[in-house]
Design a protein around this ligand. Sequence first.
Ligand code: HEM
Length: 501
Amino acid sequence: MDFILTALIFVLLGLLSYWLVRTNKSNDLPRYRGLPVIGNLHQLLTGNSHLMFTEWSKDIGGIFGVQLLFDNFVVLNTYETIHEALVTKKHDFAGRPTTAYRIGMLSDGFQGVAFSNPNPTWTQLRRVCHRNLKLFDGRNLRNQQIVNEMTGEMMELFAAQKGAFDPRRIVYLTTMGIMIKLLIGKHCDDRHGEYKLLQALVNYEEQVLSAMSPTGEGVELDMFPWMRHFGNKTFKYLKYLCSLRDKLWDHMKEEYSTGGDQCKESLIGELLKAKDESDQLDDEKRKITDLNIKFVAIDMIMAGTSTTSNTLYSYFNIISHHPCIQENMFNEIKSVVGIKRAISLSDRSSLPYCHATILELLRFTTVNPFGLPRCAMKTTTIAGKNIPQGTQVLYNLWALHHDEAFWDSPDEFKPERFLDSDGQVLPASHPNQQHLMTFGGGQRKCIGEMFALGRLFLIITSTTQNFAISPGPKNTSCDPKKYKNGIILASDDYEITLQRR
Ligand code: HEM
């Protein structure tokens, strides 16, 4: 009995000193009141953290500290603080936290581009991806062709729908299909008999998103990684997801290697070329490995699918409830492109109202409310507050995009806020454009920004050109405050009906 008591006291003292060390950070930051030891954990488990932080910032200011048991992080909620960290001090905050056990496990120790810290190999990988994701650059016709083809197929699938339907599956398969063709260079859908890969991807993606929810089941493993030794349910589930991920990669490699020359020009083909070149280098630090390529491919699928598909899925619901905006878009398309010719990316500058609607969609929905977490690479400051090296930083894009002090009626969907008095899209230097930071900023800014914007433009304008969209019998609120919480916010299921134009 004495032995158990002594051991218990030692464990408690150990935990207390660990807690004191971990929580003794960023002391000059305001903090929202929490409970001793657990900090703000109980508050975050009960609500949408981006909405909660937005409310807290009204009480305690645009920058504050939050404590989750042994973990501390800094939350930024205003344009000034977010811009200072992501853009002005882009090198200081270019890191990603490496303490999240779940991410570490799924990315096999932070391989790939999205979760690793800056290093020479990461720079090379980012460069190859960036170069191969260009869409608006006239030289990259292959990407334009992929998006055009898949948008055309999506229109056919829409046209085949009889009565009210839920567009989730079509949206998902189209965005995922585009990513697969971009990655392995081959088409992949039900009709081409390669459904197995697509289905495996959908399955993996959905399950990872639910397993990675920042406040959902499983968060205990980030805080107490040692729980994996005691039959932890989340750990077992993550192990299963890792095996799914490995099978998925085997599938992709097989499709790539049997796909012939068309695959050589794909992103995986380009990454393999970069690997061959790096093999010739003496510099070990710049070498690209097979493991890097595997995790870049997985990152691309994850980052490039759920963001765009949830934005599009939200769009169809929102627009079905805004017939006037839909008519304005249709009239613009009718007068510039007509209703017969397929819309192309080069039409974007002639369709300012449609372009502004997409910018408003990104602001209004903010499906990725915290972007990806950052980490201070050195001891520095934000808004004059001391930020020690290693501090985890969350930037609340929701608060920025719904700041009542900046946006006029932020809870209303108004494309006009991105247009000038002549009906042209506001220049990039305009404060409204500057306050739209959907893709993050600085050194870690989203690699797929241009690709995502182009894809959204083609799908949204092509749908408007072909169909009038109205709400179906299964009606769901299009208020993004009601979206399901997670790394990516998701609208509840709904139905729409389409009338051919
Ligand atoms: C509406 C669509 C999208 C949204 C809202 C979005 C948003 C974001 C955000 C906020 C970040 C974090 C940036 C930061 O920390 O500053 C990010 C990173 C990233 N995104 Fe996107 N993204 C979208 C589409 C895409 C697409 C289509 C791809 C790929 C084809 C992609 C690939 C990536 C990658 C690889 C990163 C990690 C970059 C790094 O850590 O260096 N994203 N994205």
